[in-house]
Design a protein around this ligand. Structure first.
Ligand SMILES: NC(=O)CC[C@H](N)C(=O)O
Length: 224
């Protein structure tokens, strides 16, 4: 499985994601600079976590208008896989590739801790290796993770199995509506999530709970 990680000025989890992909798939992803306008021939594009453009204006807002994002939008429209983690999720909503918005955390502070996630939808290439209702550990680190969508959008997400992950057992760290931690686009080929599964893929990191997400993606290609 070939992948690319887009690097923006201020990205800080690009190496973490690259390490997770290498650990699980055995292949190093290609690094693509935000100012590039074309993507290499890959199966998966990742928008990593961090503080792109210093979070100026709104987290992810400037990155969503970076030159590479036109190619990312076309890549997503062709049905290929796009994963946005944390700042990457913020970029996906700002770019209109996922609905809703990520507002300032309810407590108005940066939150860096571990939460519990419940897998809600297993019907996507990103979640196929999970069981519905699985509860797993995942680290978070953000100040703008408070997911919000209007009532119609929320109903559509809930009714069509597009909520991928929810904060479980009262661990919602940011006030996200319906405890939403990650959502899918209509085609199921774009996933945005605030928590960082790339930081829990090997024992040295304190556990391997995040590994299944990368194994799901890799498995989707092995099965194809
Ligand atoms: N870890 C991250 O990706 C941080 C995301 C974003 N800059 C925030 O703090 O909300």
């Amino acid at each position: 499985m070939k992948s690319a990680v887009i690097v923006f000025p201020g990205s800080n989890r690009d190496h973490d994601i690259a390490h997770a992909l290498k650990t699980v798939t055995g292949q190093d992803p290609v690094s693509v600079w935000h100012a590039d306008t074309t993507l290499p021939d890959v199966d998966l594009v990742v928008l990593p976590g961090g503080f792109s453009y210093g979070d100026y204006l709104r987290s992810g807002a400037i990155a969503a208008r970076a030159p590479i994002m036109r190619a990312v939008a076309e890549f997503a429209a062709s049905g290929r896989l796009v994963l946005g983690v944390c700042n990457g999720f913020q970029m996906l909503t700002e770019a209109g590739l996922l609905p809703g918005a990520l507002m300032r955390n309810e407590g108005l502070t940066f939150v860096c801790r571990e939460v519990l996630l419940e897998t809600v939808s297993t019907d996507s290439p990103f979640t196929r290796n999970f069981a519905k209702g699985d509860v797993w550990r995942c680290p978070i680190a953000h100040h703008d993770g408070n997911y919000f969508a209007d009532a119609d959008t929320l109903a559509r997400l809930e009714d069509t199995g597009r909520v991928a992950f929810r904060y479980a057992r009262d661990t919602n760290p940011n006030g996200s509506i319906n405890d939403i931690a990650g959502i899918l686009n209509e085609g199921g080929n774009v996933l945005g999530m605030m928590p960082h599964p790339e930081n829990l893929v090997e024992a040295l990191q304190g556990g391997t709970d995040g590994r299944r997400l990368f194994e799901s993606i890799a498995g989707a290609f092995a099965a194809a």
